[in-house]
Write a protein that binds this ligand. Structure first.
Ligand code: ARG
Ligand code: ZN
Length: 891
C-alpha cells in the first residue's frame, strides 16, 4: 500500500514529555512508557493514533484508567483511541524480544549487547507511539539491567542518576534536554569500553567526548575521536554551529544495516565507520570514517535541531548533511588540489550509482511523491543528488549567501519539523532571490542533459555558447519543465590560459576565470564579447550541476583541456571523455569481431583501433607531471568503470565491455610501462604510516601503477607486488598488492589468500575485505562465490559480511555476475529470498542489483526477468523487497 506526500495531515495529538523504563533482557524486554499528550490546535481529529509493530501489549492506561478492549482499536500496526480528551497521559507497557530481532530495526542484540535503530520507523517496535518525525518531545529514560552482563547503560542526553538494584542489577537514568522526534531515540546496554576526553568548545564550555567499542578495540578509536573533534571545530568555523550538549557519545556495533545513525548525543555506528588503525584499515577507510563521523555529528543541527516534517522531506536533512560532510572532508585536506580530488570522488559516486538510479525503475525525485516502504528511500538520490542540489544553492548564492540562508533557516526553524520548501525559502529570502524555478530540482526526477555548442565569430570577436536542456521521462513523469541550472564556464586561449569573460551588454571588464551562467530555459544562447581568439570552452566546471553534459570536442581539444584547463575537475573530465570514447569504440569492435565469428581475432581488431596512442600520450603527460597532486594523477589514470561504460550504451553487453576495458588497460600498461615503474618508485611513502591526504594520494598513485603493471604479467611487475605484499606496513598497500597478485597469472594465489586470512582471522572488518577481494577478482565466477558462501566465516546474518561477498559480487563484478548461463541471477534470487526472511532492509538493497535489467541484451534480459519473477512470487515477501521487484518488473 502506497503512502502519498499529498496526503500529509498534521498529527491530532502532540507530545510534551515521554518517560520510559526498560527492563533489559535479551529474550523479553519490558518497556513502560508514559506519554503526556495534548490535542493539536492545528488538527481537526480527536483520535489518538499510535503505531506499534511486533509488540506484546501488556497494559494501556489513559489518564490513570486502564483501557478495556472496547476503548481502543488495534488494526494491523495502528492503535487508535477514539475521541480522547484534550489532555491525555498515556501509560503503555509492552514486551519485545531483542534476541529474535534480526531486522536490526528497533531494539536488538548484537554480540550479546543491546542496541537500537529507530530511523525511520523503528521506535514503533519498542512501544506504541505517534512515531512520526513531526511529533517532537522531551525524553527521560530509565535503563535497568544485570550489572555484570551490561555494565554500561547509555541513552540520549545527560546521565542524571545511576545506582545499584537488588539481584545484581543496576540502573541509569538519562535525560535529553532537547525535544526530538522518536526516530532519534537510542539506547545502548552492554559490556563496552570507551576512549574519552574532555574537550573545550570555542565558547569555553567543556564537554565530554566518548567513543565506545568492545573490549580489545581501544587501539582502533583514535581516528574516530580525532575526526569528532575536527567536526566540532569545523561546524563552528564554517557555520557558527556549536555542540549543544554536555556529552557526545559514539558507539560502534558490528551488526548494523547502514553506515551510522545520528541519535541525539548518542550516535550509533557500524564498526566499519569507527574502527581504524594502520594494520586493519585502508586510506579509504580512514577517509570514510572522518566523513561519516562528520556526517552524523553535523546532523545534530541539520536533522536534529531542525528535523523533517515527514519522510518525503528526508533529503532536507540528508542532502544538506552530505553536502556539509563533503565540505568538511574537503576543508580537512585543505589544499585546492585536495578539494578538487574530493570533488571528483564525490562526482564519481554520483555517476556510478545515482545516475543509473535516476534512469531506472526506482527513479524518484529528491523529494519523493510516494513510497511503499520508507527504508527503500535512503537512496543515492536522496543523499548524493540531494547534496548536489544543496551545493547548487552555494554555487548560485556564493559561500556568503549560502551562509546567510543557513543562518535564516536556523533562526526561523530551530526546534521545528519542516520541509524542503522551508529550506529553499530561507535561501531565497536571505538573499532576496527568486528561487521558484529551483523547486523543480526537488519535484522532477531524472538526470537532465545539457547540450552545449559554441560558435566563434572572429570578426565580431564573439563567442556564442548555446545551452539546451532536456530531461528523459521517468516513472510517473513523462514531461519535464526546464530546470534552473548553474553552468560554470571558462574559455581557454591557444596557450591554455583563461580568457576574460564578458557577456554582451555588460559594462566593465570581467574577471578572468570562471563564471556561472544560469540556464533556466529549454534553450539559451550566451554571447561573450571581446573574445580575441577562437577559444576552447571549458563547461560545467567543478561539476556545477548534476547533469549530463554533451559537447562535441575533438580528441585534440580533449587532450588540450586535459593538459591545460585551470579547473581541475574539467581537466580530469577531459581525460575521462577521451577514455570513454576509446572504451565505447573498443566495445563495439569486440561485439563486431564476436559476431563475425572471429573470436581469436578480437585482439588484432582491438590493436588496430588503439593504434593512434593519443590517449596513452595524454595519460603519460599527466602521469609524469610532477606539478600535479598524486591523488589527482591517480584519478586521471583510472578508467571509467564497467558500470559507467554500461550506462553509456543503448544495449548493455557486460562481456564485451569487460573485454574492451581489460584490453585498454593492458595496452596502456604496455605503452606506459617505464613511466608506471618510475611512478611506482617515486611515490613510495617511507616511514611510519599516516592516513593524511598527501600520503594517501601517493600510495594511491603508486598502487594504480602497480595494478596496471600487473596486467603485463612480467617478472618485474609481479615481484613488485610480491615484495609489497611482504613489506607493507599498512592495510592499503597490503590489499593493493594482494589484488594485483590475484588478478595476475602469478602462482601461489591461494597460499597468499590463506596467509592473509590466518593473519587477520580475528578482525571482522579485514575478513570482510578478504571476501570482497575474492568476489571481485577477475577470475571469480558464481561458483567461487557459492563456495565462499559456505566458508565457516561467512554468514548472511551480519550485514557487513553479506555485503562483503554477495553485494560485492552482484554489483562489483559485472562480467561474472551477468554470466550467459544466468547462474549469477539464480544465485541473486536465492540470496534475496534468504535475506528477505531475516533482514528485509538488506534484502531490498540486494534486490536492486537487477534494476537496470531492461537495458541488457535480450538473452540476459529474459533471464533477469525470470529471476525477478521468482523473487516477486516467493512467499512472505517483505514490503521492502516487494516494492523493489514490483517496480522493476513494471517499469
Ligand atoms: N540517518 C542515517 C544517516 O544518514 C541513516 C539511517 C538510515 N536508517 C534506515 N533505517 N534506513 O546517517
Ligand atoms: Zn545522514
Amino acid at each position: 500500500q502506497t503512502i502519498h506526500r499529498k496526503d500529509y495531515a498534521a498529527p491530532n495529538y502532540l507530545v510534551d514529555t515521554v518517560e520510559m523504563g526498560f527492563d533489559l533482557e535479551p529474550a523479553a524486554t519490558r518497556v513502560a512508557t508514559r506519554i503526556a499528550m495534548y490535542r493539536n490546535p492545528a488538527a481537526a481529529g480527536r483520535d489518538i493514533v499510535l503505531f506499534g509493530e511486533e509488540l506484546e501489549l501488556v497494559a494501556l492506561r489513559l489518564n490513570g484508567k486502564t483501557l478495556a478492549k472496547g476503548d481502543y482499536r488495534l488494526a494491523g500496526h495502528v492503535l487508535t483511541i477514539p475521541a480522547a480528551p484534550a489532555k491525555a497521559v498515556l501509560e503503555i507497557e509492552t514486551v519485545t524480544h531483542p534476541d529474535r530481532n534480526t531486522s536490526l530495526m528497533g531494539l536488538y542484540v548484537s554480540n550479546g549487547n543491546f542496541f537500537t535503530q529507530c530511523e525511520a520507523e523503528g521506535f514503533r517496535k519498542i512501544t506504541f507511539f505517534p512515531d512520526r518525525p513531526d511529533v517532537m518531545a522531551k525524553y527521560t529514560v530509565m535503563l535497568r539491567a544485570d550489572k555484570k552482563k551490561y555494565p554500561v547503560l547509555l541513552s540520549n542526553g545527560n546521565l542524571v542518576e545511576q545506582g545499584n538494584l537488588p539481584d545484581g542489577r543496576h540502573y541509569a537514568k538519562w535525560e535529553d534536554p532537547f525535544k526530538k522526534p522518536s526516530y532519534l531515540f537510542a539506547l545502548v546496554a552492554g559490556d563496552l569500553v570507551c576512549q574519552e576526553e574532555k574537550y573545550k568548545l570555542k565558547s569555553g564550555r567543556e564537554v565530554l567526548l566518548q567513543v565506545w567499542v568492545e573490549e580489545g578495540n581501544l587501539d582502533k578509536t583514535q581516528h574516530a575521536m580525532d575526526s569528532l573533534k575536527n567536526s566540532i571545530a569545523w561546524d563552528v568555523d564554517r557555520f557558527g554551529l556549536e555542540l549543544d550538549l554536555d556529552r557526545f557519545m559514539i558507539v560502534a556495533v558490528g551488526d548494523f544495516n547502514m553506515g551510522a545513525m545520528e541519535n541525539k548525543g548518542l550516535n550509533i555506528f557500524n564498526t566499519k565507520y569507527v574502527l581504524a588503525n594502520p594494520r586493519i584499515a585502508t586510506d579509504v577507510d580512514f577517509a570514510n570514517i572522518e566523513a561519516v563521523v562528520g556526517h552524523e555529528y553535523f546532523h545534530n543541527w541539520t536533522g536534529n535541531r531542525v528535523t523533517c516534517r515527514d519522510w518525503f522531506q528526508l533529503s532536507l536533512k540528508e542532502g544538506l548533511t552530505v553536502f556539509r560532510d563533503q565540505e568538511f572532508s574537503a576543508d580537512m585536506i585543505g589544499t585546492d588540489s585536495g578539494r578538487a580530488v574530493k570533488r571528483i570522488d564525490d562526482v564519481r559516486v554520483l555517476r556510478q550509482a545515482q545516475f543509473p538510479e535516476d534512469a531506472g525503475p526506482m527513479a524518484h525525485p529528491v523529494r519523493p511523491d510516494s513510497y511503499v516502504e520508507i527504508n527503500n528511500f535512503y537512496t543515492v538520490t536522496i543523499y548524493e543528488k540531494g547534496a548536489e542540489v544543496v551545493r547548487m544553492y552555494q554555487t548560485l548564492l556564493g559561500r556568503k549567501g549560502f551562509r546567510k540562508g543557513m543562518d535564516l533557516y536556523f533562526k526561523r526553524h530551530d526546534g521545528q519539523a519542516v520541509t524542503c520548501d522551508d529550506f529553499r525559502a530561507a535561501m531565497a529570502d536571505a538573499n532576496k532571490r527568486d528561487l521558484t524555478q529551483f523547486e523543480r530540482w526537488y519535484s522532477q526526477s531524472g538526470t537532465p542533459q545539457v547540450d552545449a555548442s559554441a560558435r566563434y565569430d572572429a570578426k565580431g570577436k564573439i563567442l556564442e555558447l548555446t545551452l539546451e536542456q532536456t530531461c528523459p521521462a521517468t516513472p510517473g513523469q513523462k514531461k519535464k519543465q526546464p530546470f534552473h541550472i548553474p553552468v560554470a564556464v571558462g574559455l581557454l586561449d591557444a596557450k591554455g590560459r583563461d580568457m576574460p569573460l564578458k557577456l554582451e551588454g555588460e559594462s566593465g571588464a570581467d574577471a578572468t576565470g570562471t563564471r556561472v551562467l544560469e540556464l533556466t530555459k529549454a534553450r539559451q544562447t550566451f554571447r561573450f564579447t571581446g573574445v580575441n581568439e577562437a577559444p576552447v570552452p571549458s563547461i560545467l566546471r567543478g561539476f556545477s550541476a548534476p547533469v549530463v553534459l554533451k559537447v562535441d570536442y575533438s580528441d585534440a581539444e580533449l587532450a588540450f583541456l586535459m593538459a591545460h584547463d585551470s579547473d581541475p575537475f574539467n581537466r580530469w573530465e577531459a581525460g575521462q571523455r577521451l577514455a570513454m570514447r576509446r572504451l565505447l569504440n573498443l566495445t563495439v569492435a569486440v561485439q563486431a569481431a564476436r559476431q563475425s565469428g572471429h573470436v581469436v581475432a578480437v585482439d588484432t581488431v582491438l590493436n588496430n583501433i588503439e593504434h593512434d596512442g593519443a590517449l596513452a600520450d595524454a595519460l603519460r603527460a599527466t602521469l609524469n607531471d610532477a606539478s600535479l597532486d598524486p591523488a589527482f594523477r591517480e584519478l586521471a589514470l583510472t578508467l571509467p568503470s564497467e558500470t559507467m561504460i554500461a550506462e553509456q550504451m543503448e544495449v548493455i553487453d557486460p562481456h564485451a565491455i569487460h573485454i574492451a576495458r581489460q584490453f585498454l588497460r593492458r595496452s596502456l600498461a604496455r605503452a606506459l610501462r617505464d613511466d608506471l615503474l618510475a611512478a611506482y618508485r617515486a611515490n613510495r611513502v617511507p616511514g611510519a604510516y599516516s592516513p593524511d591526504a598527501a600520503s594517501a594520494g601517493r600510495r594511491a598513485l603508486k598502487n594504480v601503477a602497480l595494478s596496471y603493471l600487473a596486467e603485463l604479467d612480467d617478472a618485474e611487475a609481479l615481484s613488485l607486488a610480491q615484495c609489497q605484499d611482504e613489506e607493507a606496513n599498512n592495510m592499503t598497500d597490503r590489499l593493493a598488492a594482494l589484488a594485483a597478485l590475484l588478478n595476475s597469472t602469478a602462482s601461489g594465489k591461494s597460499e597468499a589468500l590463506q596467509g592473509f586470512y590466518d593473519e587477520f582471522e580475528s578482525e571482522a572488518l579485514v575478513i570482510d575485505k578478504w571476501f570482497t577481494l575474492q568476489a571481485t577478482a577477475r577470475d571469480a565466477d558464481v561458483n567461487t562465490v557459492r563456495s565462499l558462501a559456505g566458508h565457516p566465516a561467512f554468514t548472511l546474518k551480519n550485514p557487513n559480511r553479506a555485503r562483503s561477498l554477495i553485494f560485492s559480487f552482484c554489483n562489483g563484478n559485472p562480467s561474472a555476475f551477468h554470466a550467459l548461463d544466468g547462474n549469477g541471477y539464480s544465485f541473486w534470487a536465492e540470496q534475496v529470498i534468504a535475506l528477505n526472511g531475516s533482514n528485509p532492509q538488506v534484502a531490498a538493497r540486494l534486490a536492486r542489483s537487477l534494476d537496470r535489467w531492461r537495458k541488457y541484451t535480450p538473452a540476459l534480459q529474459e533471464k533477469m526477468r525470470l529471476a525477478l519473477q521468482q523473487v516477486a512470487s516467493s512467499p512472505n515477501l517483505s514490503r521492502d523487497v516487494s516494492e523493489v521487484v514490483t517496480k522493476a518488473l513494471a517499469n
